[in-house]
Design a protein around this ligand. Sequence first.
Ligand code: SF4
Length: 332
Amino acid sequence: MNAFAERILRWYAENGRDLPWRRTRDPYAVWLSEIILQQTRIAQGTAYWHRFMERFPTAPSLAAATEDEVLRLWEGLGYYSRARNLHAAARQIAEMGHFPDTLEGIRALKGVGDYTAAAIGSICFNLPAAVLDGNVYRVLARHFGIATPIGTTAAKKEFTALADKLLPAGQAGAYNQGMMDFGAIQCTPRSPACMDCPLQESCEAFRSGRVELLPVKQTPRPPQVRHFSYVYLRCDGYTAIRRRGAGDIWQGLWEPYALEDETPSLPGLRLLQSGVKHVLTHRILLTDFYFAQMDRRPELPDGYRWIPESELDRYGKSRLFELLLEAVATLS
Ligand code: SF4
């Protein structure tokens, strides 16, 4: 076994966290913990894990529940798609009659990605699959002095190859959990405990004084700024909307009469608010809100339709459209 894995395993035996799902190899219990912990801290996640294990101790019992029951038990954890996937995956498992025991089989469960499949596969079935998440990237980048920016395809390739090479035969489960805990407890993002680290001697970042500089993060793209005009058209209790198409923000949601990089010119137009700022991932939208009262319904550009204003509630809207409606509601 390589010296790195040996040290991680020794460190884990002495310092590993005692978590309830680590006292079992039941793949259902481990899978449940992995899904809950995807976007939740351990302290909060543990309480939910106990709740679920008590109420639904097996995959078939979870599969037999209604979606409402599952969502109610999940309440407070957020990211509800996880709960829906959990429920769907429990049905997949129940249909199969057993928890899948190959990487491909586990990966085929709804809501399970490469990381979760490697974690469950190695912990429960000792499958030789290395986990790769933020913790593992950080430990490897520092220990081996790798400056390839995380988040790039090149990094994924390089770190996957290294992680696979380091995986000790027959001990993938303990090693993976050791890497997760080592990253979370010892080699932490901001104040790693280098002074009492068992890897210090071989750590390239420590040797070269680059602990603070590694891992290298990909420089984020500057956000794109887009300018819109949103016009609320009103004519005899009707307003005009259209559904946003594929390939842009808010696909499938409805929007009011909208122009990009253009100022509307319509009779009776009133500016309600200008430069309303709305921030999305990688984008900043600056939007002017207008209101136009019309005597008769003009012909609309492609895709728009007139609908009774009283039916607006039935349409899925972006937050920005909601803000326009709030501004319109303040008109006397
Ligand atoms: S010496 Fe510091 S940077 Fe290197 S592995 Fe240990 S904790 Fe991480």
